[in-house]
Design a binder for this molecule. Structure first.
Ligand SMILES: NC(=O)c1ccc[n+]([C@@H]2O[C@H](COP(=O)([O-])OP(=O)(O)OC[C@H]3O[C@@H](n4cnc5c(N)ncnc54)[C@H](OP(=O)(O)O)[C@@H]3O)[C@@H](O)[C@H]2O)c1
Length: 272
């Protein structure tokens, strides 16, 4: 299914993530007259996007036929928002939520439908290189295809049968971009200790991470381990560094602790 077969899509909450998705949908071929943005206090970027593409922007989905309702508001306000939009949800409506920690059961109960998909995208969606985990309640193959088309505009999609996997997705790919940004910061700090000025250090660190990511992307059939081995000559400089990073108390156990902390927090937020 392609985006041109979908709609009307009503996006509730056109903030950072919602607007990134909406940009991807329009760029990917969703007809602008089949998209409605709902946001009571839209940011300037949202107003400009709606004007540029002649997309309807309204406070709430009143008098709109909703085939797909995408929930992209902050988890703290989602219950209030779901109560507001529930009248617009009917048998024809597929609900897709990107709200962190809000369960399928909670969405289903609030909106009175079991056609619900819960997903966790990540911020590289803004440049079409995101990855989303998705889990459905009582969704048809067509609902899955619709979700794939919508989330596919922002990057890759992985489906799971078990809702608890979404907490794992949050801890790996949802929060993961921040880990990589921090890696850039840490590498730049290490570069400064080698005598580079802050600007040079940051330039070296940024370009290294972007370049390594570019290689991963350019060689999808080569494993990350192989790419690492390819740049590591025996007893060379990279090998010396990797001995530190791959030590028993090196990067792997540290990342394991970080990811576990994120998953536990995600589970905790889901119960709040
Ligand atoms: N950003 C991420 O990396 C990321 C990744 C995965 C999932 N998510 C999930 O995506 C959701 C949105 O996050 P975000 O970062 O995009 O937040 P955000 O920028 O704050 O966007 C939420 C938007 O919803 C608007 N809103 C508030 N009340 C509303 C209402 N009654 N009806 C319609 N819209 C309303 C907000 O307006 P005001 O600003 O005026 O309140 C804001 O524009 C969250 O649930 C988050 O867990 C985010």
């Amino acid at each position: 299914m392609s985006l041109s077969d979908i709609g009307p899509v009503v996006l509730i909450g056109a903030g950072k993530m919602g607007l990134a998705l909406a940009r991807g949908w329009i760029a990917g071929g969703l007809p602008p007259d089949r998209l409605v943005l709902c946001d009571p206090k839209p940011a300037d970027a949202t107003v400009a996007f709606a004007a540029e593409h002649s997309v309807r922007l309204m406070e709430k989905p009143e008098g709109v036929l909703v085939h797909v309702l995408v929930l992209a508001v902050k988890p703290q306000m989602i219950h209030e928002v779901m109560a507001q939009v529930a009248p617009a949800v009917g048998a024809q409506t597929l609900v897709v939520s990107i709200a962190a920690g809000i369960s399928l059961a909670a969405i289903s109960t609030s909106l009175g439908t079991r056609r619900v998909v819960r997903t966790m995208p990540n911020t590289p969606a803004q440049v079409g290189k995101g990855i989303s985990g998705a889990v459905g309640l009582a969704v048809t193959d067509r609902d899955r295809a619709t979700t794939d088309a919508l989330l596919g505009a922002a990057g890759q999609v992985i489906w799971f049968d078990d809702e608890s996997k979404i907490d794992g997705v949050t801890s790996v790919s949802g929060s993961g971009p921040a880990y990589v940004f921090y890696m850039v910061e840490a590498l730049a700090q290490a570069a400064e200790k080698q005598g580079f000025n802050p600007e040079q250090a940051m330039q070296l660190a940024r370009a290294t991470i972007i370049g390594a990511a570019g290689l991963l992307e350019a060689e999808p059939d080569t494993s990350a381990s192989q790419l690492r081995i390819n740049v590591t000559s025996p007893k060379g400089t990279t090998a010396a560094a990797l001995e530190v990073l791959m030590a028993e108390d090196g990067l792997a156990p540290l990342l394991d602790r970080a990811v576990t902390a994120a998953r536990l927090r995600s589970e905790e937020l889901g119960k709040a």
